[in-house]
Design a protein around this ligand. Structure first.
Ligand code: ADP
Ligand code: MG
Length: 698
């Protein structure tokens, strides 16, 4: 059925676009007509009435319409090379100044006598009100069409930048919609639309761009969000169905030998660890392949649970592979597990595979794995090298899964025949959401920290108190502890007035901490140098480790009890939580000291959250609220960052409905081969090409 789809044609050849504009539009991700239709407004402005200038309220976002009567530019006397552009606008009621910083091109844009619309926050400055860096639109009565789309109605405002004006874009969308609306194919089956009370696609597109009122805009929005969630859920549903049909390994669990291991640990499992272990054992016993996500806050003890799973596999004659994102972490796991299994009566052959190994050594390990002489292999990305072949891979563990790409995660299990897979993450996702995102995975949660952990004390100080903070560190070192000092940058930057690890390392070593042993670790050092510094720190050869966020996924140093994070307002909330998770791992009271000067509302919210919360799940929920899902899932982890319009947090109910419909559809027609579903299949192939294989199975 695939037909020549008009909506796939490039916008470059539309009237009024051309090569120059199409290049800019390409930067917005718009190359085809369809992409233009799916480029949605960021907000709408009610331009049936404008606020008169004399009625403007301080500290609120408002829209005004007026005439330019003075414009000018000046240099800042405070900062060299800093320019300020000012515009005076008046309407019948009064006048106001608008200012923009460092945008010299604005000078050429405005002319006296022009009509303009400004949208921005109104603030007091030296006794008068002014608008700071407002969004603007220059009106032009001669262009009747653009004028009618931009005045006297609900007006769409798009996320655009220099080079494409709102008016131009509106007109382009309108003309293209008018011309091609009849070519739009409806991807959602009629019965789903009817059941869910959804507008059809053509209506939705028209009304998302040019709504007559708020109500119809909302309906359009819901329909488009549903569509996005629906197409997002289809592959998940497909994968789930497919997994159900696969034949996996029914591991035999040797309880006696397992108990010997568990009893030999120098701690008791928490009840959360016990519960999760029972879930994993059930999966492993079953002949269906395990697909389990293990969530647990930093320090909750996921590693030992995964180790037990690996031991189950190897006692039963299968090989287990444990993949971690960094070499240092691989080393650490290797050493710990080696210690833990040493005295066991049933032997387990352990190996460590990282890319820094000599080639000869690597080849030797490859051979041993291929011949089945290694039972448990711990390693980094080196484990997904093509050359590496297993004899009998029965279990795959992926630690810190968010540090791997989707395809990297998928590669390791392919080295066996439907092995059990355990994926671990310390970035907890709010429960309601994880069910939907990881629809094809079963989820286990370790929601309890090992007993005896002393809660970390978190304090926020301004930079002026650094001297005192340094004294505090010295006292802790005197007591035998160690400390981390974390900076946001590696090198000093011309643009940001931030402290950088390298410079501070040099300074601290000669200054405040000249009598102490300092080490440094950052991402631009060679791997081996990084590891050396961390190992020295771990072995107590350093008092202080100056670091960047490379620490985030890192070592377990129970003796480190202080972490100072400078410019803490620059870090993301999840990042702060992960960093803080490096301390509080031993029997000592630990302290996290944030040196921060938060300015914007987001930064303040982050600092407040991190200093008042310790539960990773609550922090993740807060983070999601502050950042929104787009950035939260920024690493293209599960396609959620690809959502253009749908918001899984605020529209959880739409998400659930869409997911239910997707599952129903896949159960009825797994290959999407019925006539009405062909259009779905086509759209799916286009959106997620990686799922083509999956669909053939059905
Ligand atoms: P994460 O979940 O962040 O990967 P780890 O597995 O590294 O946490 O565990 C953190 C520390 O807690 C390790 O030193 C580990 O040996 C220890 N640990 C794990 N489980 C327990 C327990 N039940 N009781 C006490 N300590 C534990
Ligand atoms: Mg871990």
């Amino acid at each position: 059925m695939p037909q020549d789809n008009k909506l796939d044609s490039p916008i470059q050849y539309l009237k009024g676009v051309g090569p120059k504009r199409s290049k800019i539009l390409k930067n917005f991700g718009i190359e085809t007509i369809e992409e233009l239709f799916y480029y949605f407004p960021r907000r709408y402005e009610d331009r049936t009435n404008f606020v008169s200038i004399s009625q403007l309220k301080e500290n609120e976002y408002q829209t005004i319409k007026g005439e330019v009567f003075i414009k000018g530019e000046r240099r800042s006397w405070r900062r060299r090379g800093f320019s300020i552009f000012q515009l005076m606008i008046r309407d019948k009621s009064g006048k106001i100044t608008a200012v923009w910083f460092n945008q010299p091109y604005l000078k050429k844009l405005f002319k006296n006598g022009q009509s303009v619309i400004l949208y921005g926050r109104v603030e007091e400055y030296e006794g008068a009100l002014q608008m700071n860096s407002p969004e603007f639109e220059v009106l032009d009565e001669k262009d009747k069409e653009a004028e009618s789309l931009s005045l006297g109605r609900m007006v769409p405002i798009y996320p655009l930048s220099e080079g494409i004006t709102q008016r131009y874009f509106r007109k382009l969308v309108k003309q293209t919609l008018d011309k091609f609306i009849s070519k739009i194919e409806e991807p959602l089956p009629y019965d789903i639309r009817k059941r869910q009370d959804l507008l059809n696609l053509a209506q939705s597109l028209i009304n998302i761009h040019f709504p007559q009122d708020k109500e119809i805009q909302q309906k359009a929005y819901q329909r488009l969000a549903f569509e996005e969630f629906f197409f997002y859920s289809l592959p998940v549903a497909l994968r789930k169905l497919q997994a159900k049909q696969k034949q996996g390994i029914a591991h035999k669990i040797k309880e006696d030998s397992l108990s010997e291991f568990i009893n030999s640990l120098n701690f008791e499992l928490t009840s959360a660890q016990e519960r999760v272990l029972a879930e994993i054992k059930n999966d492993m016993r079953s002949s269906k392949p395990m697909q389990r996500l293990l969530q647990g806050d930093v320090g909750s003890g996921k590693t030992v649970v995964a180790t037990i799973a690996a031991i189950i596999a190897s006692f039963g004659g299968w090989q287990a592979a444990f993949m971690v994102p960094t070499e240092i972490l691989a080393n650490q796991h290797f050493e710990n597990i080696q210690k833990q299994i040493k005295g066991l009566s049933k032997k387990i052959n352990l190996a460590l595979l990282t890319s820094s190994l000599e080639d000869k050594e690597k080849q030797k390990i490859y051979k041993e794995i291929r011949e089945g002489r290694i039972d448990l292999i711990i390693g980094t990305h080196a484990l997904i090298q093509e050359e590496l072949k297993f004899k009998k891979l029965g279990l795959v563990v992926i630690d810190e899964q968010h540090k791997f790409g989707v395809s990297q995660r998928a590669l390791l299990p392919k080295k066996g025949t439907n092995p059990d897979v355990l994926i671990m993450t310390a970035t907890p996702i709010p429960r309601t959401l994880s069910m939907t995102i990881y629809g094809d995975l079963d989820i286990s949660v370790i929601d309890e920290l090992p007993k005896g952990r002393i809660p970390i004390e978190t304090k926020v100080y301004p930079e002026e108190k650094l001297g005192k903070v340094y004294d505090f560190i010295k006292e802790r070192i005197k007591e035998g502890r160690q400390a981390y000092i974390v900076y946001p940058l590696i090198e000093e930057s011309d643009f940001l007035e931030l402290k950088a690890a390298q410079k501070m390392f040099a300074e601290l070593r000669k200054g405040a901490f000249k009598d102490y042993r300092l080490g440094m670790v950052h991402g631009r050092m060679k791997r081996q140098e990084q590891d050396m510094a961390m190992i020295d720190f771990k072995n107590g050869k350093l008092d202080i480790l100056v670091a960047t966020t490379v620490l985030e996924v890192g070592i377990d140093v129970a003796n480190a009890s202080v972490m100072v994070i400078e410019h803490a307002e620059r870090f993301g909330l999840a990042q702060l939580h992960q960093l803080r998770g490096r301390i509080g791992r031993g029997k000592y009271q630990s302290y996290c000291i944030l040196i921060a000067n938060p300015k914007g509302p987001d930064a303040i919210a982050r600092i407040n959250a991190i200093s008042s919360m310790s539960d990773g799940f609550l922090i993740a929920e807060e983070d999601l609220k502050i950042r929104g899902p787009g950035e939260f899932f920024g690493q293209r982890q599960h396609g959620l960052s690809e959502l253009k319009i749908a918001n899984p947090i605020t529209q959880l109910n739409i998400l659930q409905k869409a997911r239910d419909e997707a599952i129903k559809l896949i159960e009825q027609d797994p290959a999407l081969s019925s006539r009405t579903n062909l259009v779905i299949r086509e759209k799916l192939n286009k959106t997620f090409p990686e799922f083509q294989d999956l669909m053939l199975i059905g």
